[in-house]
Ligand binder design. Structure first.
Ligand SMILES: Nc1ncnc2c1ncn2[C@@H]1O[C@H](COP(=O)(O)OP(=O)(O)OP(=O)(O)O)[C@@H](O)[C@H]1O
Ligand SMILES: [Mg+2]
Length: 450
């Protein structure tokens, strides 16, 4: 299992971010330090710990330079509960839409899922065995009926050995497509209802779905063995996990290690304009305040204290400045990191280095149609140069420009792949210029196409 996020040293966190995010050293460092500081804080004696609050981070930088990407990668890094929310999705309490408390509920929900999955994973072999037995029960009755005309004692030992043979065949996938009739619970099992009074539409919706699942009776349906295995697995997993224990562990992780990433925070800054929309944006900012400051939020799994949750806000702040946020909110994000605009060199690295680099994605995609892409060094350099110059000439959309250029670049191959099976397409400087050079050099054309 991967190292827990809270056991990782800053340099280790940065090293794992490096695999996906090029450059932006400062931002990666600050995020890593903030995460580490939380686990340091956890180890302090009580009286000091009370005094140390997590320092929230604000990431500021132009569009498409890796702000969200850093958050996305942290989310995948390890087992700290993490959610990413868009500030623009929230509305002030009392209005139709999501209220800000839902981000804490989402975080808790994510932690519960994560912990349950971990617990089920630990009992995975038990689950597999149980599922096997249930599937064999489905498969075998037909056989024993046929044999029951023979004498009784023979039947029993025959049954045993057939069961073993069947188990073997089952594992080999021989029965995967065989249709069987199973009884399954309609919806998810009813969970604890919400505690206290419902505080938002989300709660009410949750409650409604709980109630409706009460009325869903088990139903019989015909499915393939393959599908039956999935359904049984889900049911058995739910049974082996001790829900109370999972919820308790999830709540601890949420409160102690949870990270909420609030994206597009600049979009709720009001700037100098004052109109109706701005008033409600300010309302959202005011609603966010107590959550960042530390408050107790009712979730359907109980009360969650947000005091030690780490908040990372992020925004391009091209139309507004951090100082356009209400002062109280600015003050709650004391660590500011700036992400820099990317250079042609960065683009080159982004094209090639990350494990999920664009060139690797396209190679894989076209590989499906048996066409091989061969990117040469000078070809890659040319793509990076073009991306950079189009960004310079038109709008700077950061690394997203690579996506538009790559799409245009492989358009022809993508379309004609069926006639190019078995071929290798060499993408060198010449090829890049032929495919996108002309469009890229014309300002008007690139505005529309790239
Ligand atoms: N530094 C980087 N390293 C690797 N890939 C990057 C980097 N910056 C951006 N990208 C790529 O560009 C795309 C957009 O980046 P991202 O979503 O992080 O933008 P952003 O900074 O959040 O911009 P916005 O302000 O518009 O939300 C991502 O798919 C990512 O793969
Ligand atoms: Mg973003």
């Amino acid at each position: 299992m991967a190292k827990r996020l809270d056991d990782m040293y800053p340099s280790e966190i940065v090293a794992s971010l490096d695999k996906y995010v090029i450059g932006q050293e400062e931002a990666k460092k600050m995020v890593a330090i903030a995460i580490r500081n939380r686990s340091r804080r956890k180890k302090l004696p009580d009286e000091i710990r009370e005094e140390v609050n997590p320092k929230n981070i604000m990431m500021i930088g132009p569009t498409g330079v890796g702000k969200t990407e850093i958050a996305r990668r942290i989310a995948k890094l390890a087992n700290a509960p993490f959610v990413k929310v868009e500030a623009t999705k929230f509305t002030e309490v009392g209005y139709v839409g999501r209220d800000v408390e839902s981000m804490v509920k989402d975080l808790m929900a994510m932690a519960v899922n994560m912990v349950s999955a971990e617990m089920a994973e630990m009992k995975s072999s038990d689950v597999d065995r149980l599922v096997d037995e249930r599937l064999l029960d489905l498969l075998l009755p037909t056989i024993t009926e046929k044999k029951s005309s023979d004498n009784d004692t023979a039947v029993i030992s025959a049954e045993d050995s057939t069961r073993e043979q069947f188990r073997d065949l089952l594992h080999k996938g021989v029965f995967d497509d065989k249709m069987v009739e199973i009884t399954s619970q309609g919806g998810p099992k009813v969970e604890v209802g919400f505690m206290g009074t419902p505080s938002s539409m989300d709660d009410i919706q949750d409650a409604m779905s709980n109630i409706s699942s009460l009325f869903q009776r088990p139903r019989r349906r015909r499915v393939s063995i393959k599908r039956a295995r999935e359904i049984f697995r889900e049911e058995e997993m739910a049974k082996v996990v001790d829900q109370d224990k999972a919820v308790e562990e999830a709540r601890q992780r949420t409160e102690q290690m949870g990270i909420i990433f609030i994206d597009e925070i600049d979009k709720i800054a009001s700037g100098s304009r004052t109109n109706g929309a701005d008033v409600s944006r300010e309302g959202v900012q005011r609603d966010i305040l107590p959550i960042v400051e530390g408050t107790k939020v009712n979730t359907k799994w109980g009360v969650v204290d947000t005091t030690n949750i780490l908040f990372i806000a992020s925004g391009a702040f091209s139309m507004s400045k951090p100082s356009d946020l209400i002062p109280e909110l600015q003050g709650r994000f004391p660590i500011r990191v700036e992400l820099k605009a990317l250079t042609a060199d960065d683009f080159y690295r982004i094209l090639t280095e990350p494990a999920n680099a664009l060139t690797k994605q396209y190679e894989a995609l076209l590989g499906v149609d048996d066409v091989k892409l061969d990117f040469t060094e000078d070809g890659l350099r040319r793509i990076a140069e073009l991306a950079w110059s189009v960004n310079n000439d038109t709008d700077n959309i950061g690394a997203r420009r690579l996506h538009t250029i790559m799409e245009k670049l492989v358009e022809e191959v993508s379309y004609n792949a069926d006639q190019m099976r078995g071929q290798t397409v060499v993408i060198d400087r010449g090829y890049v210029d032929r495919q996108v050079g002309e469009v890229a050099s014309s300002r008007d054309a690139s505005r529309y196409i790239l």
